[in-house]
Design a protein around this ligand. Structure first.
Ligand code: B4P
Length: 185
């Protein structure tokens, strides 16, 4: 099974994707996590990503796509994968489609986390990561509206979008996702 999770920063994509990937026995791939790890290790990819991550900006598409393309053919991806936070722009969605087409694989579902701004600010203030200050959050939300919301429209047109109410306990949100994707929790 191949699934993507999209939603604004702090919507709970990372939290839920770990649970869903584990329930489905597929690999969890978080572009945010890979970029942060590369940054901490000081690899060439990390050094390129650092200024974007620190300022709450999206990392350029070519960097993210290179990272994703490398991972798709890993042995741990044979049973399927869940992309957490990818695609975040229309070009990324189109490239993912092409990568899947080349491998003769369909995308089984795109899950959109729906949540209001006040709850996002509350969650991110509590999480307190280095890119979770008020100014950076506002910038990330603007980027989300401009660059990532079109990705949700793209998947609506492809009839693969599952809209999920992301407000509630972690278990409630997980139950909504499992019902919508049609697997037993
Ligand atoms: P990500 O790592 O994807 O993180 P995020 O969007 O900020 O948060 P997420 O939605 O995963 O929320 P979480 O579960 O942590 O991105 C970070 C950065 O990486 C981006 O800004 C960008 O710079 C870069 N990046 C990543 N992918 C990219 C791409 N494809 N292209 C370009 N750049 C890219 O939850 C947040 C908090 O809420 C947590 O503290 C959690 O405990 C809490 N929470 C979760 N569920 C809850 C619930 N139901 N109730 C209450 N609290 C809850």
């Amino acid at each position: 099974m191949r699934i993507v999770f999209i939603g604004p920063p702090g919507a709970g994509k990372g939290t839920q994707s770990l649970k869903v990937a584990s329930a489905l026995g597929i690999t969890h791939l978080s572009t945010g996590e890979v970029l942060r790890e590369a940054n901490e290790k000081g690899t060439p990819l990390g050094l390129r990503a650092k200024e974007y991550l620190d300022n709450g900006c999206l990392v350029p598409d070519d960097v993210v796509v290179e990272l994703v393309a490398e991972r798709l053919d890993g042995p741990d991806c044979e049973r399927g994968y869940l992309f957490d936070g990818f695609p975040r722009t229309l070009p990324q969605a189109e490239i993912l489609d092409r990568l899947l087409r080349e491998r003769g694989l369909p995308l089984d579902g795109a899950v959109l986390f729906e949540i209001g701004e006040a709850e996002l600010f509350r969650r991110l203030a509590e999480r307190g990561r280095s890119d979770d200050d008020g100014y950076t959050i506002r910038k990330r939300l603007r980027d989300y509206a401009a660059l990532t919301e079109p990705v949700a429209q793209y998947y609506t047109q492809q009839q693969t979008l599952h809209r999920i109410d992301a407000v509630g306990t972690q278990q409630e949100v997980f139950d909504r996702i499992s019902r919508s994707l049609g697997f037993d929790a």
